[in-house]
Design a binder for this molecule. Structure first.
Ligand code: EMZ
Length: 386
């Protein structure tokens, strides 16, 4: 299938300057493009901070649609580490065998249904349901909730056409507030209840803090997972040999997942607020401006990855930064990796070929750069293994 945009829109800027510029709602962003610099800046949290007005480190900025600080995401060390530690064990539950077997059942069922249809719109009929059903497991909440989340669409903060949508965001905030009140009255084994009962700095976590963790869990893992799933299916449609290879060499699936995360980079970049006048790539950066750590560009840096614009399913050395880097790496990564592994192995088990019937790419506009992040829509036909 032909791509309508460059496979790596950052290639030339990364090579020439190492930086890119974009304007986002009158708050410009200097994008850091080289793998080495992205990692270096990620380490320097005192200069390049995650702690500012809630929503400002996200690009596009969410300052106008969000007041709640997402936790632990919008804090710097050492406070970041305090929350992170509290959450780590919960977010590692996807390593447990029973978690994986329920996740596998969910995904097998959805793929089974897709195989019965003459065509499937992958974003809304497969990727979004997979993400939402899986989220009930991550939150350890009732499976029925998935239907409500599916009705919200692919992004909780953006409406169709990608515009930030404050009304839509309110639906999520109200829902989380309601769930917190429910958990206060009827504590259970779900993430809300567990957090409400946990202590931070010798006191109970506040409702606002619990909300901060939940907003992050809902928002951060939504379009990202949906894009990863959708891109993977499109790739397998274009490369029918890959499914056969997974059948022959299932042991490469873990590496294939890492490689797809590198190549697709579901989250293009994440911002930081500059706390003092400094320099990146010999370029002056002013205090209170923003930079972004461009994971998508770093993940195609030819100084680190051989054949960066190719998916090498069993790529051996793969220091990608698709899940972020340093203190701030993706809390949901264990969950996301399991979804992707189970997805690839289930497809290999049940599907022979996938045909793309019609699709429209989702192109992210970043001033000078245009990047394909996924699909607005993609109709496919799954063909079963006879
Ligand atoms: C934020 C972000 C987190 C943001 C790790 O990424 O993901 C975005 O999709 C959300 O809009 O609020 O959670």
């Amino acid at each position: 299938m032909k791509n309508s945009v460059l496979p790596d829109p950052f290639a030339s800027a990364r090579e020439k300057r190492g930086l890119g510029e974009m304007v986002d709602q009158n708050d410009p962003v200097t994008m850091v493009l080289r793998h080495k610099d992205v990692r270096k800046c990620a380490h320097q949290y005192k200069t390049f901070s995650s702690e500012d007005i809630p929503g400002r480190i996200v690009v596009p900025s969410e300052v106008n649609i969000r007041e709640t600080r997402q936790l632990p995401f919008e804090l710097d060390p050492p406070r970041h580490g305090t929350y992170r530690q509290l959450l780590e064990a919960w977010f590692k539950r996807p390593l447990q065998a029973d978690y994986q077997s329920i996740l596998r059942k969910q995904i097998e069922e959805l793929i089974g249904q897709a195989l019965l249809q003459s065509q499937v719109e992958v974003v809304s009929e497969l990727a979004l349901p997979i993400q939402s059903h899986a989220l009930t497991l991550l939150l350890n909440t009732s499976h029925e909730e998935a239907q409500k989340w599916i009705s919200w669409g692919t992004h909780v903060f953006r409406s169709e056409g990608e515009a930030l949508d404050g009304d839509k965001a309110m639906v999520l905030y109200d829902y989380i507030d309601e769930q917190i009140e429910r958990a206060v009255l009827h504590p259970g084994q779900d993430l809300y209840s567990v957090l409400l009962a946990s202590e931070i700095d010798g006191r109970k976590m506040t409702k606002e803090e619990v909300k901060g963790v939940l907003v992050l869990t809902f928002a951060g893992g939504r379009d990202t997972v949906i894009n990863a799933v959708t891109n993977a299916i499109a790739y397998l449609a274009d490369h029918p040999g890959a499914l056969e290879r997974f059948r022959q060499e299932p042991e490469i699936i873990g590496r294939a997942v890492e490689e797809m995360i590198r190549y697709f980079s579901p989250l293009t970049h994440m911002g930081r607020v500059v706390k003092e006048d400094t320099q990146v790539c010999e370029h002056a950066i002013k205090a209170d401006s923003r930079i972004s750590l461009c994971w998508a560009s770093a993940n195609r840096d030819p100084a680190v990855f051989e054949n960066p614009d190719e998916i090498v399913l069993d790529r051996k050395i793969n220091p990608h930064v698709g899940f972020g880097f340093s203190h701030h790496n993706c809390l949901g990564a264990t969950h996301a990796r399991q979804i992707m592994k189970i997805l690839l192995s289930t497809l290999a088990e049940k599907v022979s070929t996938i045909q793309i019937l019609k699709c429209k790419e989702n192109i992210e506009m970043l001033s000078d750069f245009q990047r394909k992040v996924g699909y607005d829509t993609i109709q496919v036909k799954f063909n079963a293994i006879k």
